[in-house]
Design a protein around this ligand. Structure first.
Ligand SMILES: Cc1cc2nc3c(=O)[nH]c(=O)nc-3n(C[C@H](O)[C@H](O)[C@H](O)COP(=O)(O)O)c2cc1C
Length: 166
């Protein structure tokens, strides 16, 4: 017998645990943990990442119109928790954690090299929801560690030990 649930917050499960990395116009890099994210178009391929306007990263994505979605493994749990609970306003989080940074190929944004897959996106639209602004990102380029790329050029996601944060 089903009963009524009164807490509606974050009711859709499972949620992805991704790191969105970004760079501001002065060249400062930052990243934050994001759970409000999903695929939202297959053709053209697009993904959506929700950022609360108060986040430091929000300013970066707003001003540059680009961001990178990095998939996260269990091995990066500590870094994920840190990037999701401290603000780049107060410190250079990526440097503090010793995270390796690469360059975007199609966009001017940092790639998190410790992550197995990094997806470069340009913002094509955004929707202000209750708490978040959902940035619709057109997928421009995907980096993946060699061991996770199949012969046909797709990613072998089953091979990646994806983080399940909560
Ligand atoms: C598991 C988890 C999920 C999160 N999901 C989101 C999210 O979807 N959107 C968001 O804006 N912040 C989310 N956060 C919070 C930000 O990652 C956090 O406030 C971060 O410190 C912001 O960093 P910044 O100020 O450097 O941008 C999440 C945090 C955690 C731990």
């Amino acid at each position: 017998m089903k009963k009524t649930v009164t807490d509606f917050k974050g009711c859709l499960k499972p949620v992805p645990d991704i790191l969105v990395s970004c760079r501001n116009k002065e060249g400062k890099n930052n990243a934050l943990a994001v759970a409000c994210a999903c695929n939202c178009s297959m053709n053209p391929p697009m993904i959506m990442a929700g950022i609360v306007p108060g986040r430091y990263s929000y300013e970066f994505v707003k001003e540059t119109g680009v961001f990178v979605v990095n998939l996260v493994t269990e091995e990066l749990r500590t870094q994920y928790a840190y990037l999701g609970s401290h603000s780049g306003r107060d410190e250079d989080k990526l440097a503090k954690l010793g995270m390796k940074i690469g360059e975007g190929v199609k966009i001017n944004a940092p790639i998190l090299l410790d992550c197995p897959v990094s997806i470069e996106c340009t913002v094509v639209d955004s929707i202000k929801t209750g708490t978040h602004e959902m940035f619709v990102g057109k997928v421009e380029y995907i980096h993946a560690k060699e061991e996770f790329i199949l012969e046909n050029g797709s990613v072998d996601y089953a091979k990646i030990n994806l983080l399940k944060f909560r």
